[in-house]
Write a protein that binds this ligand. Structure first.
Ligand SMILES: Nc1nc(=O)c2c([nH]1)NC[C@@H]1CN(c3ccc(C(=O)N[C@@H](CCC(=O)O)C(=O)O)cc3)C=[N+]21
Length: 284
């Protein structure tokens, strides 16, 4: 491996540009504000909440935490979302997911005003990603993958990119964003017949399946760039691992993102950028 593509330098560069925009908004008396709605105490929600709070506050932005009980009723959740919608001092709203089983996640997401949908969960945001229109926002993690590749000067125009995983939160939107950057995208999933073949012919591989060791040495060749979006808890070794067999693959490919300290740390910077953009749209 020639290059370990860590997230921190990317987040730092994004943050530097953001600080200027936050400063200009402050001159107009606007503090970009993110409301985060959490139901229960899922550990990965808490991790994200902590990281997002630190990032936003570090940039001079404000966060409001709304915490609902694990057993809360759908109406209570909808009420919290409506409150964020109608509060002019809130520019962006993040609803942690997945929600507990008894709640209707699709209905909750649709309740959110698309102007404040900084994690891209509404239909308006999805259509914006699909049609390359500025309507709502892209899912932060999908956009973080593209930011990371840009930061490390990985060419996308005409590049062959294989995306593994077709989820609505990462696989499908990242395929759309990369396609909008003129990459030739192959979208693979659990029924793909020759995954190794599809991966080996790519210049860039993005892996987002939520399964450790999805990408193994037989899937890659020298010269490739690998982005690992997975965050999985390895019970046996008591550590976080991605969807990629890092130890097996890193020696073969040209560049790879680590887990932790890879894509995840860029996600919070993208979230902050979305909140600032929402605040800018609200005053212009
Ligand atoms: N609507 C919604 N959108 C999400 O994007 C979403 C969500 N719900 N629910 C929870 C998961 C989890 N998640 C993380 C994002 C960044 C880090 C992150 O910053 N990780 C650091 C480590 C941070 C630490 O360990 O303290 C890293 O990878 O280096 C972690 C977890 C987003 N999620």
């Amino acid at each position: 491996m020639e290059l370990e593509m860590r997230g921190a330098p990317v987040a730092k560069a994004l943050g530097a540009k953001l600080a200027e925009r936050v400063g200009r908004l402050a001159d107009e008396g606007v503090v970009p504000t993110l409301a985060m709605i959490r139901v229960g105490d899922r550990p990965d929600d808490l991790t994200y909440e902590r990281a997002a709070t630190k990032r936003c506050e570090g940039l001079g932005m404000a966060v409001r935490r709304v915490v609902l009980h694990q057993d809360c009723a759908q109406e209570e959740l909808l009420g919290a979302i409506r409150e964020a919608n109608s509060d002019p001092s809130v520019h962006g709203c993040l609803l942690f997911r997945p929600l507990p089983e008894h709640l209707d996640e699709a209905q909750a997401c649709e309740e959110l005003a698309f102007q404040k949908d900084v994690d891209g969960v509404t239909r308006a945001s999805s259509f914006g990603v699909y049609a390359s229109q500025s309507l709502g926002f892209s899912p932060c993690t999908a956009e973080a993958c593209v930011c990371l590749l840009d930061h490390y000067d990985v060419a996308l125009d005409g590049a062959r990119v294989t995306v593994v995983g077709r989820s609505l939160v990462i696989g499908r939107p990242v395929a759309m964003l990369l396609q909008a950057r003129d990459a030739t995208v192959t979208l693979c999933h659990s029924h793909t017949v020759d995954l190794a073949g599809a991966c080996r012919e790519a210049d860039v591989i993005v892996v987002a399946t939520g399964r450790p060791n999805t990408l193994r040495p037989e899937h890659v060749r020298p010269g490739q760039v690998v982005v690992d979006v997975g965050i999985n808890w390895d019970e046996e070794n008591q550590r976080l691992v991605g969807d990629v067999d890092f130890e097996g693959i890193a020696p073969i490919v040209r560049a790879i993102t680590p887990v932790p300290r890879g894509v995840g740390s860029v996600t919070t910077a993208v979230l902050a950028e979305h909140v600032v953009r929402a605040a800018e749209r609200s005053v212009r």
